[in-house]
Design a protein around this ligand. Structure first.
Ligand code: BV8
Length: 233
């Protein structure tokens, strides 16, 4: 295994699957139960905020009962023990990377355990339910609090930092993502263009599998710790 100095890791719902967090596109996934247009767009929130709040309240409540799995812990170990740089860019809105000890994490699609005020832009850690009656702790106005997540049609967070990291990476890992949502699904092409070695670690080949130099298939809780072990040896 060659030595890699700057490692960028993209994660998706698949890395949290073995923690009991539902993925989106697996047969019993979230999009089998809800339509994206009803719960994960700004239009949906404008049209029926109570329905959108119910969708995220259910996921926020479920989050209190989940724990990181071996894959999350392996990435935290890599950040601790690897001399070079390790950056986790996650599409997930759960807090399992941080719970496992990762510190250098970018939540490009936001965070379930944060609320954002549409009136004043303040962000607050949030573990309880949200509703249209919720008032913002900063500006006091009601009817403006929303989950601090990026919906379809909205700009993902911290893209400039992500593209800068991809342009400097010498190793790009993609873990547990179907490679269907952009711009995240395009990151492998950016990393490859920058000369990085690209590896997909996923239960099965993703839509973008052919774009990777290397693909490793299996449950993240098994293949990620094994790969990290090889990187650190
Ligand atoms: C945007 C937060 C403008 C909310 C989410 C082309 C260019 C740019 C945009 C677009 C484009 N074409 C279309 C678009 C628009 C759209 C888009 O991509 N639509 C798709 C449906 C075609 N994109 C957007 O709207 C984005 N914004 O484009 O702004 C712009 C344009 C250019 C540049 C900058 C900005 C915003 C998208 C963000 C939406 N918010 N989540 C919430 O969570 O409720 S998306 C949501 O689904 C997730 O966050 C995640 O990002 C996404 C994909 O889910 P995955 O994580 O991949 O999960 P999935 O279930 O799909 O797959 C799981 C995988 O794990 C599977 O492969 C499975 O096999 C594997 N697996 C399962 N178990 C395991 C496992 N692997 C390992 N171990 C296991 N145990």
């Amino acid at each position: 295994m060659p030595y890699y100095e700057r490692i960028v890791i993209l994660t998706g719902a698949g890395i949290s699957a073995e923690s009991g967090v539902a993925t989106f596109r697996d047969k019993d996934g979230i999009w089998a139960k809800y339509n994206i247009e009803d719960v994960a767009t700004p239009e949906a929130f404008a049209r029926d905020p109570a329905k959108v709040h119910a969708f995220y309240n259910e996921r926020r409540r479920a989050h209190s009962g989940v724990e990181p799995n071996a894959a999350h812990f392996a990435l935290a170990r890599l950040e601790r023990e690897h001399e070079g740089e390790v950056l986790v860019v996650t599409q997930n809105i759960d807090a399992l990377h941080e719970a496992a000890g990762s510190r250098n994490v970018i939540h490009m699609h936001g965070e379930l355990l944060k609320a954002l005020c549409s009136h004043c832009g303040a962000r607050h850690p949030w573990r309880d339910d949200l509703s249209i009656e919720t008032s913002c702790p900063a500006c006091g106005l009601p009817a403006g609090m929303r989950p601090d997540v990026v919906w379809f049609g909205e700009m993902p967070y911290r893209l400039d930092e992500i593209y800068t990291a991809l342009a400097r990476a010498d190793l790009f890992l993609s873990i547990g993502t179907s490679g269907t949502v952009y711009p995240a699904a395009g990151f492998v092409a950016e990393a490859r263009a920058a000369g990085a070695h690209t590896v997909e670690l996923n239960l099965e080949p993703s839509d973008g599998a052919a774009l990777f130099h290397e693909t490793i298939h299996g449950p993240a809780g098994t293949v990620v710790p094994a790969y990290v072990e090889r990187l650190l040896r």
